[in-house]
Design a binder for this molecule. Structure first.
Ligand code: MLC
Ligand code: AMP
Length: 508
């Protein structure tokens, strides 16, 4: 089965129903389906067929969803890209994925033009007018599309629906290949676990280029035949207004969003009427016990925390019954998902002890694109090694708790930052001898990216501003260090291994 087909079926069942309200534009299920059909027809007219990678980098808008499901409906592979990626980052994703088509806007193209024009076999189409001979106009392609167009749904089950790039410890991003079965099994599990129904109204405030905003929230909503109120940008006051007045029943967000909602609550004249809301879900980063309790104290709602990952979709969730939701726990494996805790040698530790979280089930991706070795290393006997550390409480039905990460990863506001990638950029400067990037606790982002830099002896003076500018040029904003500390030498142990723990202790 193809995920886009399941969404198209909703239009046949309830065409007149409101699917998405995005800012001022309302879109029924029938309109949504027709748009997907237009987009699929336009893609096909450009020669896109099964297996072709189609990348897009656009601001949050309805177009993204039309395009996404159109790509899937052809059996092609969707590659959503962070709208803040800089040209160099973009070049890597487009080239590595072997994308056939890239759809973006004029402004992003203007910045990235030099980097992407040499990529072999890549067509670039711009929303609006084309610019020069290198690009086509996506709007024109759409206007030439012919309806009715019979969408072939040429891929399904274990064939790839999308690539999602996740950074790696070496600094090179890996394209996780996510299949239709992964999407469908996970959507079904969440539907069951959270009791989604077509009566739900989801407030959508997340970006559409990650699995949280795209697969869990947006796709989950359409899968359930529910309605989505989608905001282009998260603004706490507006979000409270939507939960108060627009009949939203559900919110899915990251801890930073909850933190900002709570801060805003204290400035609201009247407490919002949340009687229509049934569920607040948090994930992508740890929700602290303080945040859990503060939110309950303010609103009366116990946030439901769940745990997931690009490679596996959603893994575990707290129960729907509020009394079963426990702070700092990510709950229990979803239906059809198996979790085990593994000691470093792969055996099972004593129940209750910390080990690496391994995951198995139809939710687990098929591998990293073009990286068979990396894929092999990530699996043991069919279990995917998440790189997260966790433990299960045998006194509480093996309830899962996360306890840190075996992988070197900073999660800032729900975005993953791999230190190596930033270190590579900093160490690319001739004045920098070595750099260590660490995550320090942050009230707003959970963790904040901080760089510690040792400069070359005798090199010309380097300021924090120089380093920041270098990062801004080459890395998406959320990866850029918020602070830089200069040192003579980075601390190393007797084996010469960098001791980041000492830096974290010193600067926290
Ligand atoms: C934005 N900025 C960040 C940032 N988000 N810096 C650090 N960490 C972040 N998370 C920076 C921008 O670069 C910019 O910098 C400045 O903040 C303002 O940008 P903005 O666009 O106005 O940001 P804001 O609206 O404040 O965004 C905060 C946020 C956003 C929390 C709404 O970060 C967000 O939507 N996070 C969710 C991420 C997400 O969906 N993750 C899911 C991954 S999937 P400057 O310097 O230019 O001003 C996954 C699996 C799973 O993890 O389990 O779900
Ligand atoms: P990504 O690679 O962007 O999909 O991010 C996945 C990672 O986010 C996981 O491996 C975890 O480290 C982290 N994560 C997701 N949900 C939670 C959660 N509820 N609590 C703590 N960490 C989480």
């Amino acid at each position: 089965m193809n995920m886009a087909q399941v969404i198209a079926d909703q239009a046949r069942r309830q065409g007149a129903k409101l699917a998405i309200l995005f800012e001022d534009r309302a879109c029924s299920y029938a309109e949504f389906d027709t748009e997907v059909e237009w987009h699929a027809s336009a893609l096909q007219s450009l020669g896109i067929t099964k297996g072709d990678r189609v990348a897009y980098q656009l601001p949050k808008c309805l177009e993204v969803l039309f395009l996404h499901f159109a790509i899937l409906s052809l059996g092609a592979v969707a590659l959503p890209l962070n709208s803040d990626y800089r040209p160099e980052e973009l070049e890597y994703f487009l080239a590595d994925s072997g994308s056939r088509l890239f759809i973006t806007d004029q402004q992003r193209f203007a910045t990235a033009r030099n980097q992407i024009q040499g990529i072999q076999g890549l067509m670039v189409f711009l929303v609006g007018e084309a610019v020069g001979p290198m690009t086509g106009s996506w709007s024109e392609a759409l206007s030439r599309a012919v309806l009715p167009f019979d969408r072939p749904y040429a891929a399904g089950d274990d064939e790839t629906a999308m690539f999602c790039y996740t950074s790696g410890t070496t600094g090179r991003s890996k394209g996780a290949m996510i299949t239709h079965r992964n999407l469908l099994s996970n959507a079904a599990a969440l539907h069951e676990m959270w009791n989604w129904s077509d009566q739900d109204r989801l407030l959508h405030v997340l970006p559409l280029f990650h699995i949280h905003g795209l697969n869990v929230a947006a796709q989950g909503c359409l899968y359930a035949g529910a309605t989505m109120v989608m905001h282009e940008k998260f603004e706490p006051r507006r979000a409270w207004e939507a939960l108060n007045g627009e009949g939203c029943t559900l919110l899915m967000a990251v801890p930073t969003v909850y933190q900002r909602l709570m801060n805003e609550w204290e400035h609201l004249g009247n407490a919002p009427d949340l009687s229509g809301v049934r569920l607040f879900v948090s994930g992508s980063a740890p929700l602290s016990d303080t945040q859990f309790r503060r939110f309950e104290g303010l609103t009366g709602f116990r946030i439901l925390e769940r745990y997931g990952m690009t490679e596996t979709g959603m893994i575990a969730s707290n129960p729907l019954e509020p009394s079963g939701r426990k702070e700092t726990s990510v709950g229990y494996p979803l239906p059809g998902v198996q979790v085990r805790i593994a000691a470093p040698d792969g055996t099972s530790p004593i129940p209750g002890e910390v080990g690496e979280v391994w995951v198995r089930g139809e939710n687990v991706f098929s591998g990293y694109w073009g990286m068979p070795e990396k894929t092999r290393e990530s699996f043991v006997d069919g279990w995917f090694r998440t790189g997260d550390l966790g433990w299960c409480d045998p006194q509480d039905g093996d309830r899962l708790y996360l306890a840190g990460r075996a992988k070197e990863l900073i999660i800032s506001g729900g975005f993953n930052v791999y230190p190596k990638e930033i270190e590579n950029v900093l160490e690319g400067l001739p004045q920098v001898r070595e750099a260590a990037v660490i995550g320090l606790p942050d009230d707003d982002f959970g963790e904040r990216v901080v760089a510690v830099v040792a400069v070359q002896k005798g090199a010309e003076a380097l300021t924090e501003g120089d380093l920041m500018a270098q990062c801004r040029d080459r890395l998406a904003g959320y990866k850029c260090p918020r602070q830089v500390h200069f040192v003579n030498d980075l601390p190393r142990n007797a084996m010469g291994k960098l001791q980041k723990n000492l830096l974290i202790e010193q600067y926290r």
